[in-house]
Each structure stands twice: as structure tokens, then as C-alpha cells.
Design a protein. Structure first.
Length: 532
């Protein structure tokens, strides 16, 4: 029938033969197939049908020079994947067949690869047929990786394949290969997330925790190699022109640019974040039994506090390094704005959750008589000052980022106000920290009021010295809040001596403020005249 249809160019008859043949075969396969009785015969006829229809399809294109259409894509894909599905099922049901599923998948890729090579070598058809058949080669190679391999190898081979296709597409002006790389990038990222999830589960299990070495394991190596491949893809995207028409469209090009850059940052950040989290999960698993039987149950809460606190510290460090790289190397305004938004979220997380967790660790440090589970006594206090050092570097880099010419941001006043609030917040927390360590935390209301008064005085002095009106206004607001706190909250809880100390101290501070305003009133007046 196919020979007659081809000779007479009766295309509908070819389509009818294709549909009926596969329908009869698939119906028999679904109802009556038995591996032991029909395995070889079923495989033979499936391959025979595939080969007949594949040759017929190619003959229409190579000999009849038929125009390529959407129907051709549907028929070729249907023919290929029907064979693959039936062959996969036959091999899987046979004894020890699972070991050969990857080989069978690569065999399908080889068949299409031969056709692709012949079509390209002898220029037998237009480029659309070549791209379609080559696409099938890449699809079956991609499928063979998870079919034959497990775990990290799938991720590595997919990201390697994506990088290779992207390299060919950009350097050889072959937009088709670049287009094929984007789905692979998505697949590799999903596979990498699966690897991260498996590692997280394993680090929670006592039997597996001993086998986990932070930063010296397959998943971390896979993450680093994936980040390197993504970095190379980003390099090609920005340095090599594309020949893919749809990528050249401005809106899509911008989306791809943000997507590739964002994916690289996410992979880099998460690679280390997962290791930090799993390290503390491992400690929890290793000492689970010992702590329950002999130690304080609050230790479990401490491990979680350390885990979250080190995640915050790592985030501060990562965003600091990202800001330095962008300021001196990349100089991208969209990246800079995105980083500043992330900086704001991280800063808020540190001031709320971070300082609270540090106070929880301080309480544990004071209450525990012995420290268990591999966390040293000094870490309960030391983590606080590690975070403060990184916070200072984080704020410094954020300020420098806002002053970069390519950022085009005028927000010095806003940054100063945020900095005033952060310093006040942190210094107050530090005062409470040392009062608690000294065992005099019951007098914290008195000392906080005095601290805020001294801080407000320093702000006024700095505002006069630097000629920054917004600092002086901030100081006046802080003084007002301190006085309201004193009259409506503190005074009801303080004894006579404490009331006297705080009133005298604030009175002296207010006199000093008044003196500074009178002493430097000409400077302040001149500043206001220059503004007007």
C-alpha cells in the first residue's frame, strides 16, 4: 500500500496506512502481549513498522521534495515515540532488561543521528527536516541519561549537554542548537533541586548522617560544576551574538538575560546554603540519642537557632560579595537594584529573627552547665560578633553600591536614616546582651533610656558636624521617643534612685544638646539658608 501511495503520490493513503497499522499493533500489544511468548516477535514487527514509515517519510522529503509541514512533525514524532514506548515496555518486562534501557534509548538516538548525518552530508532535504531529526537525536540522548544513570550524573550530563549546545549555537551561528539548550537548562535545574532535596533528607537520618561530609560530597561538587557551566553559558550569552531569531526579540532577550543571570546566582547561593543547613542537620542527627537521654532538650532548639543564624550570616556574606563583584566588574544596574532589594529583606531578617536568635543562644549560654553535641561554648557568644562584622561590611558595600554612577540612585538621606535605625537597634541589643551576662538585666529600662539619650546627642553632634539636617531631626525624634518611654513606661517600674539617675542623665544630655545648638547656630542657620 505504501509503495503504491508513494508511486502515485497518494498522500492520504499513506496516512491511512500509518494510522491503521499502528492502531492494530498497539491494540494487540495492549491486550494479548506476553513477554515470554511474544517478546522477540513484538520487537521485530515494531521495528519493522517504524522503519517502513520512517523510510516512507524520508522518501517524500528527499525524492518528492515535498514541502515540510506541521503534519510531518506530528507523524515523525508519533512514529519515533511509538517505537520507543513499545520497545521500552518490552525490555523493561524482560529479565534483567532494566540494565539495557539506556542502551536502547541511545540506539534510537543513533538511528536518527545516521539520518541526520546523511541529510546534512548529501544535502538531501531542507534545513527544517535536518533540525527536526537532529532534535530527536538530542531528545533521545537527553532521555537516556536519567534512564541509565541515577543521582548527580543526570544533573552533570544535562548541564554539560546544555553548555555544549549553547556553545555550538552561539559560536557556529546555529540558533537551533541554542534553542534546544534552554529546555535542557530547565531540566538540569529541576534535577539539581532534586539532588539538594535528597541530600537534605539523608542528612536528617542518623544512619546516613555519618556518611555526609559538608563541602566534600558529590552533591556539592555537582553544584559547583553546574554553576561553572551556567557561568560559561552566561558568558556566551553576553559575549557572542545569537542567530536564533526569537532570542533577538528585545523583550524575550531581556527575559532570557535576567533568567540566566538569576539562575546562576540562585545555584551559587543555594550550593553553599544547602551545605550549611545539612551540616547542622547532621549534628542534630549524630547527637539525637545522647541529648534525649542525658542532655537538655533545649539543645534541639539551639541547633535550629545556629542553623538559621548561620544561614543569615552566609546570606550577608553572599550579598556583600555580589555587591563587590557588581560594583567593580559587572556594573549592571538591574542586578544592582535587585541586590539592594535583597539587601533590604536580609537586613530586616537580621534585625528581627537574627537578633532574637542571638538572644536565645545567650540565654542558653547562661543557663547551661555543660555544652554537648559538638558545639563549643564560645560559639554561643562568638557567632554574635561574627554576624556584626559581616553586617558592617554588608552595610558598607550597600552604601558604595548606591553611590555607583551606573546605579543612578540618589538615596543618601534614606541610607543615613536606615543606618541610624540599624545602629540604634544593634547597640540596644548589645546593651541588653551585656546586662544579661552581668546578671543585672532587671535594670535594662534605665540603661536603655540613657543609651538612647547618649545616641541622640551623638546624632545631633554628627548632624551639626556633617551639616546633615536629617540626622538632627532623627535625633530629636529619638529624644522624644525616649522621653515618652520614660514618662509612660519606665517611671512606673523604676525605684527612686533609678528615677533620679535617669532624669539627671537625660537632663544633662538635653543641656548639652541646647549648648550645641546655641554654639553652632550660625552653622545651622547658614545650612538652612543654603537649602532655601
Amino acid at each position: 500500500i505504501l509503495f503504491i501511495a508513494f508511486k502515485k503520490y497518494w498522500k492520504p493513503l499513506s496516512l491511512f496506512s500509518f494510522g491503521v497499522s499502528w492502531l492494530i499493533y498497539c491494540s494487540w500489544f495492549a491486550i494479548n502481549f506476553d513477554t515470554a511468548l511474544h517478546g522477540s516477535m513484538a520487537a521485530f514487527f515494531a521495528f519493522l513498522f517504524f522503519l517502513i514509515f520512517y523510510i516512507t517519510f524520508l522518501a517524500y522529503k528527499f525524492i518528492k521534495k515535498e514541502v515540510f509541514s506541521v503534519l510531518d512533525v506530528v507523524l515523525l514524532l508519533a512514529n519515533s515515540f511509538i517505537l520507543y514506548g513499545i520497545g521500552y515496555s518490552i525490555i523493561e518486562q524482560s529479565s534483567e532488561g532494566e540494565s539495557y534501557l539506556g542502551v536502547f534509548t541511545l540506539f534510537n538516538a543513533l538511528l536518527h543521528g545516521i539520518v541526520s548525518f546523511v541529510a546534512y552530508r548529501f544535502k538531501l532535504a531542507d534545513k527544517n527536516i535536518f533540525y527536526l531529526v537532529t532534535g530527536l537525536v538530542l531528545v533521545f540522548i537527553t532521555i537516556s541519561i536519567p534512564v541509565q544513570l541515577d543521582g548527580n550524573w543526570v544533573t552533570l550530563l544535562w548541564v554539560g549537554e546544555a553548555a555544549l549546545l549553547y556553545y555550538i549555537g552561539r559560536t557556529k551561528n546555529a540558533g537551533f542548537y541554542e534553542s534546544m539548550a534552554y529546555p535542557l537548562i530547565v531540566l538540569f535545574f529541576l534535577s539539581l533541586m532534586h539532588d539538594w532535596g535528597d541530600l537534605g533528607i539523608a542528612s536528617h537520618l542518623p544512619d546516613e548522617a555519618g556518611n555526609f561530609a559538608p563541602f566534600f560530597n558529590q552533591v556539592f561538587l555537582t553544584s559547583l560544576l553546574s554553576a561553572a557551566a551556567l557561568g560559561y553559558i552566561n558568558y556566551l550569552f553576553y559575549k557572542q551574538p545569537t542567530s536564533a531569531t526569537w532570542v533577538k526579540e528585545q523583550s524575550l532577550n531581556r527575559i532570557i538575560s535576567y533568567g540566566l543571570s538569576g539562575l546562576l546566582i540562585v545555584v551559587l547561593y543555594t550550593s553553599f546554603s544547602v551545605e550549611i543547613s545539612n551540616y547542622w542537620n547532621q549534628i542534630s542527627s549524630n547527637y539525637n540519642t545522647d541529648i534525649l537521654s542525658s542532655g537538655p532538650y533545649h539543645y534541639f532548639r539551639d541547633i535550629e537557632s545556629f542553623r538559621v543564624m548561620w544561614q543569615i550570616i552566609y546570606t550577608l556574606l553572599f550579598l556583600t560579595l555580589l555587591g563587590v563583584v557588581n560594583n567593580h566588574k559587572i556594573k549592571s544596574r538591574p542586578l544592582g537594584i535587585a541586590a539592594l532589594c535583597l539587601n533590604a529583606i536580609t537586613l530586616l531578617a537580621f534585625l528581627t529573627s537574627g537578633l532574637f536568635l542571638l538572644s536565645e543562644l545567650r540565654e542558653s549560654y547562661i543557663s547551661y552547665e555543660s555544652f554537648q553535641g559538638g558545639v563549643g561554648e564560645g560559639m554561643y557568644i562568638g557567632v554574635r560578633y561574627i554576624s556584626f562584622v559581616l553586617l558592617a561590611l554588608f552595610l558598607l558595600v550597600s552604601h558604595k553600591s548606591m553611590k555607583q554612577e551606573f546605579m543612578a540612585i540618589q538615596a543618601n538621606i534614606a541610607f543615613d536614616i536606615v543606618l541610624v535605625g540599624v545602629i540604634g537597634w544593634v547597640v540596644t541589643s548589645e546593651l541588653l546582651h551585656w546586662l544579661d551576662l552581668a546578671g543585672v538585666s532587671n535594670t535594662y529600662k534605665l540603661w536603655v533610656s540613657i543609651l538612647w539619650g547618649v545616641y541622640a546627642l551623638l546624632l545631633i553632634a554628627t548632624g551639626i558636624w556633617k551639616k546633615k539636617k536629617h540626622l538632627r531631626i532623627s535625633a530629636i525624634i529619638l529624644f522624644s521617643i525616649t522621653l515618652l518611654k520614660l514618662f509612660f513606661y519606665d517611671i512606673a517600674h523604676l525605684n527612686t534612685l533609678s528615677k533620679t539617675i535617669v532624669f539627671v542623665s537625660l537632663g544633662i544630655l538635653l543641656l548639652l544638646v541646647s549648648y550645641l545648638y546655641n554654639r553652632f547656630r550660625n552653622i545651622i542657620a547658614g545650612e538652612e539658608d543654603s537649602e532655601s
